[in-house]
Design a protein. Sequence first.
Length: 437
Amino acid sequence: MTTPASAVPERPVLSQPPATGGCPAGGGTSAVPLSGPRFHIEPHVVYRAMRSEHGPVVPVELPGGVPAWLVIGYRELHQVTSDGELFPRDVALWNQWGSIPEDWPLLPMVGRPMPSIYFTAGAEHRRHAAMVGQALEEVEHFELRRNCEELADRLIDGFCERGTADLIADFAVPLPVLVLARLVGFPDAEGPRIAEVLGDLADGGPGAQEAHLRFGEHMRRLLAARRAEPGNDVASRMLAYAGEFTDEEYVLDLMAITAAGHLTTADWIGNSLRLMLTDDQFAVALSGGRHSVAEAMNEVLWEECPTQILAGRWAARDTRLADRNIRAGDMLLLGLGAANTDPHIRQHLSASGGPSGRHGNSAHLAFSHGEYRCPFPAQEIAEIIARTGIEVLLDRLPDLELAVPAPELVRRQSAFLRGMTALPVRFAPVRPTGDPS
C-alpha cells in the first residue's frame, strides 16, 4: 500500500531533539541522492551499484539534504518489517523534524501523526486495521469481478471505435478508481469526480492540497449518506463495526483505502500490459492466454513493482542493521523493488526450480511485509481489479500492438513509484458493447 497524499495536523512537539543534517551514517560516508533519471530509466542498475558500494543498507539523501537509510537487502528488509517494536511506522519518532520545512516536497508521502490506518502505530494501528480489514474481507469477489467487467467495458467503449488509445490515461488509471469508488459506497455518478481528485493528488502539483480538501469533503458526504442509508459497501460496514471511531477517523481511513489502492493498481495494470506488449515470453497473453496474464502480473510484482520505495519506518532506539549504526529516530525507507532483485534471494529462487523460480512464487515484497503491510484483503481486491481489467481489454481488443517503438515508452520520473506515463497502442476498431448492430 502506497502512502496516500495527505494534509495533516500541525507538526507535533517532540521530546527528542532533532539530529543534525547530513548522512545518518556519519564518519564521512557519502550518501546517495535519491533522485535523478537513472531511478526511472534503469533502477536495477542503480540498486546493483548501491549494493556493491554500500551493502544492503544504504545512506541516502532526500531533497533538501534530508538524511535517511534505504534498505535494499531482502533479508534486512524482512527483518525491519518483522519487528514493529524496534522499527515502528511512527513518524513522530523522526529525529529530523527540526529541519523539515512546511513545503518539503516529500512531506505528504512521509506524513505526520494522524488518526488513520496509515499514520498510526502499535495498538492504535491494530485498532484501525481490524476495522478496515473486516470491511474489506466482506467484499464479495464475484460481485467485484462483475463490477470490474462492467466498468472496464464502459471505458473501452469510450475509445474502441478510434483504433488508437493511450492505455494509461484511457484505461489503467481510471479503472481502479471507478471500481474503488463503487466499492466504498459512492454512486457511479461520483466516480469521475473521485478520479479527478485522485489524479490531482497523484500529480503532486500546486493543486494537490486543494484536491486533498475536496477528497475529504467527498468522504464526509459519503459517511453522512451511508449513516442515513446503509448499503452493501465498505463505508457502511466500517460504520457498523463494533468499535468506537470518530468521523475524522472514518474519513481518513476511507481516504487511505481509496488513495492507496488507486495508483498502485493502475501501475500494476500498466506495467503488466507493457510487459505483454514488449516481451515475447508474455505475448501469448495478447491472444487470449488467461494463464499468461497471471504470469505477467506476477513477473511485474518481482521485476517492476509499482511501489519501489516506501516510507517508512523509524528506529525506536539506537541499534545496528547490517553493520550500520542506526540512531534512534532515523528514518528507514523500504526498498521493495531493490529487495526483490537481491541476488541472495534470486539464487534461492533459482535453486527452487524453473528458469527463474519466480513463476507462481509470491514471496516478493511488492506489498511490503509484516504488521504494516498492505492488508491481505486489499491485495486480493487489487489483483481482481487488475486481472479482470486486463482480461476484458484483451478479450475486446485482441490485436493490440504498440503505436510507438518500445524504447520510446516513458516511465514516471520518480524513485518511489514505477509506472508508465503513457502506453500508446493501435488496434482494429470495434463497435461499443452497447451498439445493437
